[in-house]
Design a protein around this ligand. Structure first.
Ligand code: AMP
Length: 222
């Protein structure tokens, strides 16, 4: 039995068409079902629903053989494990090209970010992505105090909690609606397929074709 870890929302919604193209369908809708384990049209493949930030952990420890996860979550997971630049026990064969967005620095429209950087001021930055943000500002030689938040990052500069945020941007509408402007791009993001290395050895015959079919399906949508 192969287990595929997905998170609800954008990852699930954008992975479904790739699965379809690979001849795989999930037999229950996670929005209406309360089940956390969903059957597929193949008796030897099931989907488990986990939080986005738990997908790397499930795959790393073999709770799932493979999973789909945003590069933002994957890098933050790696950095937390001290594996910057190399996945923590995860084989990362395919950029699926879905759930595309970017991780960016944004500030209030009236905050002069370039001037603050030039003057070497300490900038207060609120983010969920503490490790990626720390790395980014260290590379740029910008002095920051990082404040960890778990959501609604856009609120931080509006309430005076922080000068800047590091958050995901897709259309830019959320920033605009909150009178924030993007001032720096940290990294381009898309969803990746991650695979447990032991599963790849032990389940090679069933796993390989699934990986290859998803890779082919994602090339079709690129
Ligand atoms: P947008 O208004 O289209 O720029 O989207 C920004 C909001 O959607 C922010 O709250 C982001 O955290 C979230 N977001 C954008 N893209 C993604 C993505 N690929 N995965 C998860 N969240 C995202």
């Amino acid at each position: 039995m192969l287990t595929l870890a997905l998170s609800k929302g954008r990852i699930f919604d954008e992975t479904l068409p790739l699965l379809q193209r690979a001849g795989l369908s999930v037999l229950e809708d996670p929005e209406t079902s309360r089940k956390l384990i969903l059957p597929t049209n193949r008796a030897d493949l099931r989907v488990v629903l986990v939080r986005a930030s738990d997908v790397p952990t499930y795959v790393q420890y073999g709770g799932a053989d493979l999973g789909v996860v945003g590069l933002d979550v994957l890098l933050e997971h790696d950095a937390a494990w001290g594996h910057a630049g190399g996945a923590a026990g995860l084989y990362q064969p395919v950029d699926l090209g879905i759930a595309r967005c970017r991780l960016s620095v944004a500030v209030r429209a009236d905050f002069d970010y370039p001037a603050a950087v030039r003057q070497g001021s300490r900038i207060r930055v609120a983010t969920k992505y503490v490790q990626l943000a720390r790395q980014h500002f260290a590379d740029k030689g910008v002095h920051v105090d990082l404040i960890k938040l778990y959501g609604s990052m856009e609120l931080a500069p509006l309430t005076g909690l922080a000068d800047a945020i590091v958050d995901l941007v897709s259309t830019g509408n959320t920033l605009k609606a909150n009178n924030l402007v993007e001032v720096e791009r940290v990294i381009d993001i898309s969803a990746r397929l991650v695979v447990n290395p032991a599963s790849l050895k032990l389940e090679r015959e069933t796993l390989r074709p699934v990986i290859e079919a998803l890779a082919a399906a994602s090339r079709g949508s690129a």
